[in-house]
Design a protein around this ligand. Structure first.
Ligand SMILES: C[S@@+](CC[C@H](N)C(=O)[O-])C[C@H]1O[C@@H](n2cnc3c(N)ncnc32)[C@H](O)[C@@H]1O
Length: 235
């Protein structure tokens, strides 16, 4: 399967990719971000700042890096990590501190939670994988309490003076690293192509604003290839 085939596929095929890469996901992330991914996940967790005893939801939790950072930072909070890949969740469940998080198989497009049930939502690298960005963000708005915070880690289409160099890295280097580290060029070609095709932080912010989120901001990382974006649901 090529990256283009994967891009054309539906959500269930995206899920299969993540089932397949679960075993080497953390290692590849470490290599591709030169070890920065964990620090970004801690920053995302710090952005949601729930009240003592609050409820946090980490979407597309994968191997659980953000959920575990949140559980460590807010020991009095209830942290739930959801993902539609059982394989990714099985890696999360074996990590130190995993007992402090409720892990659940669920689709971010149809969250199995009541309206206004969480004080904060975090997510890493979910949005560029979904078919309908507006629908997924609307679900997040629905389950957040008024005044609840959202913090997002995502890749970012390249712009500015490093644009061509980053485009080259995403097209050539990332699939090559996938081949070398994980013997899986196609899945990482998918990562590069979804990043290149994804919307800008400003476009995500515009959708959030339409959904009645406020206090929206973002901070780009790592030559503009990644972004941490935050917003608060209006009261
Ligand atoms: C690139 S991984 C990110 C994992 C983790 N958040 C991190 O920052 O390392 C993307 C995750 O999103 C999950 N995912 C993608 N689409 C999803 C959806 N619609 N519902 C739930 N999980 C989804 C995949 O299974 C995968 O575990």
């Amino acid at each position: 399967m090529t990256a283009d085939d994967i891009r054309r596929d539906s959500g269930s095929d995206v899920r299969r990719i993540f089932e397949k890469i679960a075993g080497y996901y953390d290692r590849m992330n470490f290599v591709m971000t030169l070890g920065r991914h964990e620090q970004w996940c801690r920053e995302v967790a710090a952005r949601v700042a729930p009240p003592v005893g609050g409820k946090l939801l980490d979407l597309a939790t994968g191997t659980g890096v953000i959920a575990l950072a949140a559980a460590r930072k807010y020991p009095a909070a209830t942290v739930t990590g959801i993902d539609f890949s059982e394989e990714m969740l099985s890696r999360a469940r074996t990590k130190p501190g995993a007992g402090a998080v409720r892990w659940q198989v669920a689709d971010a497009a149809r969250l199995p939670f009541e309206d206004e049930s969480f004080d904060g939502i975090t997510e890493g690298y979910l949005l560029r994988n979904v078919d309908d960005l507006g629908e997924v963000l609307r679900e997040q708005h629905r389950v957040l309490k008024p005044g609840g915070r959202l913090a997002v880690l995502e890749t970012c289409p390249p712009s500015g003076p490093v644009k061509s160099a980053v485009e080259w890295a995403l097209r050539k280097m990332v699939p090559l690293l996938g081949q070398i580290v994980a013997r899986d060029r196609a899945s990482y070609a998918y990562l590069g192509s979804t990043t290149l095709a994804f919307v800008s932080p400003q476009q995500i912010a515009d959708i959030l604003h339409e959904l009645n989120f406020r206090e929206i901001g973002w901070h780009k990382k790592f030559f503009g290839t990644n972004v941490i974006l935050w917003a608060t649901k209006s009261r």
